[in-house]
Design a protein around this ligand. Sequence first.
Ligand SMILES: [Zn+2]
Ligand SMILES: [Zn+2]
Length: 744
Amino acid sequence: MQKTGKITVRGIVQGVGFRPFVFAQASVLGISGSVKNLGSEVEIFARGERFEHFLAEISRGPPLSRIDSVEVTPVRDEIPEGFFILPSGSGSLTGMIPPDIAICNDCISDIFHKGGRYNNYWATSCVNCGPRYSILNTLPYDRERTSMTEFPTCAVCAREYGDPACRRHHAQTIACSTCGPELELSDTRGNRVEDLDPVREAADLLDAGKILAMRGVGGYHLACIEESADELKHRLGRIEQPFAIMVRPDFIDRLAIVSDQEKRELESPVHPIVILKKRDPTAHATISNLHTIGCMLPYTGLHHLLFSHLKHPLLIMTSANMPGYPMITGNDQAMAKLNRDVDFFLTHNRRIVNRCDDSVIRDGYIIRLSRGIAPKRTAIDLGKHCILGVGPELNANATLYRNGFTVTSPHVGNVRNPATLDYLQETVMNLQRLLGAKFDIIAHDLHPQFLSTRFAREIASDQGLELMPVQHHRAHIAATTTEPCIGIAIDGVGYGDDGTVWGSEIFAGQVPDLKRVAHLEPVAMPGGDLATRFPERMLYGIMPDKKILSLLAERGWSDIEMGVLEKQVVRGFNVIQTTSTGRVLDAAAALLGICRERTYDGEPAMKLESAAAGGRTEKWDLDFSTQNGCEYLSSRSLMETAFIQQQAVHDRDMRVIRDIAASFQYNLARGIAHLALHAAEREGIQKIALSGGVAYNQAIRETIRKEITDHSCECIINRDYPLGDGCVSFGQCVYAGKLGETQD
Ligand SMILES: [Zn+2]
Ligand SMILES: [Zn+2]
């Protein structure tokens, strides 16, 4: 008995080889009909005796797909014999933009298969792998709407594209050395380095210690061997900040401790940078002076070819841009901006349509949401409006909500300069174009001076749209859960309701009704941002005591400098009040002599964490008090205990300093957990959500989690979005949507 039906599949069904998968199943099961891409869904007409079996296979989908729903509806018209892949239609755009996928094992084999037609071809890909978002102009995802349209297929590629038996059947990025994008190696004056094999030549140059700019999937990297790390740091003026590395797969275990979960992440279709613990915390110090090291495995054909020639087992691979600035994507721009930093350029002629940095993961938590993960789509009901969230200032990205889905863009950077603001604008336009969406509400940070806030105001006034300011830490909690909860948001800085700098906020309630119920004691930030750069100022802000001034005098502070600092704190001149957790950690790093000047975001706190790794912890007294209905934890009391212990250290005994650092983190975390637990008890709520950049600190996060679960509460930490500010644009959308629902 033959059965007929129209099957509509929604979810991540494009750029994952869905149509060829359907075709193959139809062939095996003797199904007649057709399959067609419709933007964010796939439409299948099917007729055959094994219809139910076919439907079951389709509902499972190919490995990279994620299926939200499968719907079967009756068809009236006759379905002719045979099965066909039809040209794409436009259909409805429900938010599916395929992310870039690391090269698959089959394609790696093809590249190294002597005599094969993909042998040595750097841009080899198939239905299961290759660039997607980074080359995409518009949806549906088909070659003519990507930058691959500039490379018409040769006859052999065209044949494979049309051959249902081939892995490259309907592979939109199919290309070979005859018809596809080409590599070019050039010097800093743009002169082509003549060689038969630019990859082999590039590997030789790297082995010889040269620094190369390499055009990749979503932008440019700077690459060099470990021995050239110092040279690269000096050229970039980035002396302290750790570099990420790309490691030959057989070498990674010798360098770092890799858990099974981390191994799965490293080898996943995303191929992110994974922050791993070094085997020897002091080794590879020119790459990273922390106890951790950011590693990724080769993720394109070019990388695999490069490592097959390279004698060194690892390469520094850092984004070719100043921290926080947009990644460089164009060849002319790279030549203009990088020719003093590098010795050679290894470029290709496949246009990068959408910039996309490498994603970063630590302990299973996303630090940077980007290549392979973003654009990230989440099914969530936020009402009938179309909402844009423009994010905060640091680690910004954009999120668009429409029709039951949010889509979050890849990492944009620190929107503190016009270049990054332009990139944010471009990203918003890309999302709008790809999703065919027109937002009517713009959610933004409460901070009036942020460039992202000004950007939101400009579009709102141009287009007559509604603005919705969302307090930074409430956005963090909204990004974590929409259920009733106690929310802990611990991070560097966020503009508070009262105009002071928040960063250790405990809320009670349910989005959008989140009441601030506890936090760290407000302390002075003498000189404002200067206290962020020089954490010894912060130390005095927390503990304004003569004993601290004597310590600073021993460290070479002049009487004049100390006089100014003292006046600022005593008279409150040029002082902002803050409850930031990050600044308290910075001050502890300063007290222990671990970091006296911050040269990159998060440096003092990260160095404190490294210094504390493996340290013994002891319980210190926690000093709680209540003012204006809010409970406080005294940071000063913790700092005083640390100070007394620090004074007793002889000859900078690093083991004792390690133990003080570990105890400081432990007790701060314990204190914050108890602020939340007290609130949980008062409010009768069992769920405690944790977010904020400080939660990347493993010791702090795990202490808070343990305290919470030991007291029979549930601890919710989001693994789908960053804990840091990369979750804020999503949280802004959620918050604005929920607020809209209560108002409508
Ligand atoms: Zn492949
Ligand atoms: Zn070809």
